[in-house]
Design a protein around this ligand. Structure first.
Ligand SMILES: O=C(O)C1=C[C@@H](OP(=O)(O)O)[C@@H](O)[C@H](O)C1
Ligand SMILES: C=C(OP(=O)(O)O)C(=O)O
Length: 428
């Protein structure tokens, strides 16, 4: 991958179809449930990217056999029935939040000493709320970094279980990690969530993936209390993974900003992924949405700004912010302070880069107000954040001279993004 890519502006509306690669979030959940299950699981339609590779490598470090075939889309896992084979492991997680949060919880089921660490940015992404909840359940988890951040050291001798309170306002991944480890604890687990739970659809996704592997948890209506009995255990199975809905947001945005019509195959409103609701934002901005059993199509129209709370679908904030550049009036995105803890501080990064493209941007603690101006050519810094690269590329389709720096950072979740985008925008 070159150091930078100049996006070729398209001459008219883009029409086309695409099936994005498998969901990162579902792949990494299914890998954990399969690893803790009682036999041989086959995952189909999996994502092959940095975030899933660090998860697979981590599981292998823990002594779990994982075989990958079909260009990374099929993964076979020999489950350990909740008994982690390795008594020691040093696990490198890159910058994958799901991997460090889910594996930190999983290794407390083992017996021995485990250490988890990632790249520099990972050492700035908090994990203290998860460590504290696991410690309430009888684990010994220490954050060795500054301010409750990784590296993480776990001295494990099985997870006792019981009652714990977990913070919900920084990341939902803490709760998801606890939920997936909980059925393998010695006693039932009852989790209470403290503070406003962010990214709620990901918790629903966790429970649905667990259910597919035979474990039924009992959540209260708003997930403020969840009871996980130890009577159920994970069963190996054949499991199909949906295309990634956050990745789909870029292709739906192509239709929105070029006034074209783009169909994403493999997703519908019944999806496990909350991010399909991104199309509702586009509808509110003036697009038309068509749904089929196995596809969602966005047809672009004249766009206008909207006010939107994106707490539940925050991986699509950057996509929406870029679409806002082509809308009439101001777009206000609110209730997303948690995106300051992701691959970069996404609110700050967006404010800086949108201004380079001529927008007037007001940054607040929990969001952004974007009023587009006259678009000008610019080199976009991506802060090693795949979603900065993928979303700002869409602006380049409708405005010449937009250069994306460090495009290789898309490998975190979508190594073939630029070739898939080029295929969609040039075959008309
Ligand atoms: O559980 C998951 O798979 C994810 C949850 C979200 O994180 P937060 O809960 O930290 O918002 C999301 O941003 C991330 O890409 C994936
Ligand atoms: C925030 C993200 O990932 P993670 O938290 O899993 O690193 C993302 O994919 O946008």
């Amino acid at each position: 991958m070159p150091d930078e890519i100049e996006i070729q502006a398209v001459q008219g509306p883009v029409h086309g179809e695409i099936r994005p690669p498998g969901s990162k979030s579902i792949t990494n959940r299914a890998l954990i449930c399969a690893a803790l299950a009682n036999g041989h699981t086959e995952l189909m339609g999996a994502l092959d990217s940095e975030d899933t590779r660090v998860m697979i490598d981590g599981l292998r470090e823990l002594g779990i056999a994982v075989d990958v075939s079909a260009g990374g889309r099929t993964i076979e896992v020999r489950g350990c029935k909740g008994n982690i084979p390795a008594g020691q492991a040093d696990i490198f997680v890159g910058n994958s939040g799901t991997t460090i949060r889910f594996l930190t919880a999983a290794v407390t089921l083992g017996s021995g000493e485990y250490r988890l660490d990632g790249i520099e940015r990972m050492r700035e992404r908090p994990i203290g709320d998860l460590a504290s909840a696991l410690n309430q359940l009888g684990a010994n988890v220490q954050c060795e970094g500054n301010d409750n951040c990784p590296p993480v050291k776990v001295i494990a001798d099985g997870l006792k279980g019981g009652v714990a309170t977990v913070g919900g306002n920084i990341s939902s991944q803490f709760l998801s990690g606890l939920l997936m480890a909980a059925p393998c604890a010695e006693q039932d687990v009852v989790l209470h969530v403290e503070g406003n739970l962010v990214s709620v659809p990901y918790v629903a996704m966790t429970l649905r993936v667990m259910e597919s592997f035979g474990v039924l948890a009992k959540p209260s209506e708003n997930f403020s209390v969840i009871h996980i009995p130890t009577t159920a255990s994970y069963k190996a199975c054949r499991y199909s993974i949906e295309p990634d809905a956050s990745a789909a947001s870029y292709f739906w945005a192509v239709a929105a900003v070029t006034g074209g019509k783009v169909t994403v195959r493999g997703l519908n409103y019944e999806s496990l992924q909350g991010d399909v609701a991104f199309v509702d934002c586009l509808r509110n901005m003036g697009c038309q949405i068509h749904t089929e059993d196995d596809a969602i199509t966005v047809q672009g129209g004249p766009l206008h700004g909207i006010d939107v709370d994106m707490n539940a679908i925050s991986d699509t904030v950057q996509t929406l912010a870029v679409v806002a550049l082509f809308a009439k009036g101001t777009t206000r995105i609110s209730n997303v302070s948690h995106i300051r803890h992701k691959e970069t501080d996404r609110i700050a990064a967006l404010a800086t880069e949108l201004r380079k493209l001529g927008a007037e941007v007001k940054e607040s603690e929990d969001g952004l107000e974007i009023t587009p101006g006259k678009l000008s050519p610019a080199a976009i810094d991506t802060y090693n954040d795949h979603r900065m690269a993928m979303s700002f590329a869409i602006a380049g389709l409708n405005s010449p001279g937009i250069v994306i720096c460090n495009p290789g950072c898309t490998s975190k979740t979508y190594p073939d993004y630029f070739s898939d985008l080029a295929r969609l925008t040039t075959t008309r």
